[in-house]
Design a protein around this ligand. Structure first.
Ligand code: BMA
Length: 319
């Protein structure tokens, strides 16, 4: 992938003052992305100096120059959750049947939960519920039903070290009849110990291509002293049987190299969370030569953009 020449595309400086919570914010990162209602749209994770987390939307006509909305995104109905939600973050956006769905992580006392919301206008977001049992993160919804079921990839969390945040090394396929209650189907992809992707999690929602479901994910190398390295990679799932891996790239496709990826709130992080494919054929398959915009969190501090094509990502998955 090629980094956009004027990266990062969003930093704390582009976040308008939104009193009382968002004044002189610390960071903006891990955006959900979708092309919806004729515009490129992001749901940003914004953190203030209290290390409190908020969602803010942004829109763009070209996928590169974004205008950030001067208001917090409040998810209507989230107050129905009676337990404390310490942080809601890492939105993943999927347009399905003309509605934009947002799956996101919620840090709560029992661990991390997945929340689901939807919007028809990108202004009002309606909370649909907590979708999934147990400690789980990185839920990404498929853009259509497969075999009559709604599908998502997700990543159950396990304790990796005492007191540290939970993480995981297996991506699962889950299915649902109504988007609200979900069942795990099968483990799909495992971390590769000793290499770049030891811990893994889904990145952006899968994209339908003639060769399979194209998936971008993040991998964490944990075997270096000092600091973990977060990178992006790509794999391909079978179109009809998405629990089957067709191909998986051996190397990462983006790794921390630029200063804004190497230094920040969490150093050495590129965290892909949104992917927009610009062109599809009449049957809904991504065109091989379509431009692909991959949005990622850089060092948990800023938003980066990497640009490629469907063809290149498919080749990377087979390399
Ligand atoms: C992951 C998640 C992401 C974060 C990344 C790097 O486990 O918490 O939200 O960007 O770590 O800190």
């Amino acid at each position: 992938m090629q980094r956009y020449a004027h990266n990062p595309i969003l930093t704390r400086r582009q976040i308008p003052e939104i009193p009382p919570h968002l004044v002189d914010v610390t960071s903006v990162f891990n955006p959900g992305a979708a092309f919806f209602l004729g515009k490129y749209r992001l749901v940003l994770r914004v953190q203030n100096r209290g290390r409190e987390t908020f969602f803010v939307t942004a829109e763009s006509a070209d996928g590169v120059n974004f205008t950030v909305a001067p208001r917090e995104l409040r998810i209507e109905g989230l107050e129905r959750v009676k337990e404390t939600i310490y942080h809601a973050y890492d939105a993943r956006l999927t347009v399905l049947d003309g509605v934009c769905y947002m799956m996101f992580a919620m840090d709560m006392d029992g661990g991390c939960r997945l929340g689901l919301a939807r919007t028809a206008d990108f202004v009002r977001f309606e909370f649909l519920g907590i979708v999934g049992d147990g400690d789980i993160r990185n839920g990404v919804l498929f853009p259509e039903k497969v075999g009559g079921k709604y599908l998502r990839l997700d990543r159950p969390n396990r304790q990796t070290h005492d007191g540290g945040p939970t993480s995981g090394s297996v991506i699962w396929l889950s299915e649902s009849d109504n988007l609200l209650s979900w069942r795990p189907v099968k483990p799909v992809l495992e971390g590769r110990w000793h290499y770049w992707d030891e811990l893994i999690g889904p990145g952006a929602p899968p994209v339908k291509t003639r060769e399979g479901w194209l998936c971008v994910y993040h991998g964490v190398a944990t075997h270096f002293a000092g600091v973990n390295i977060y990178q992006a990679g790509v794999f391909l799932l079978d179109l009809e049987e998405p629990s089957k891996v067709v191909a998986r790239g051996r190397q990462n496709i983006l790794e921390p190299r630029e200063l804004y990826e190497l230094a920040g709130q969490v150093p050495n992080v590129v965290f892909p969370s949104g992917m927009i494919v610009e062109q599809y054929d009449a049957a809904g398959f991504a065109l091989p030569d379509s431009r692909v915009l991959v949005y990622y969190g850089a060092a948990d501090t800023a938003v980066g953009l990497a640009i490629t094509t469907v063809r290149e990502l498919l080749a990377d998955a087979r390399a």
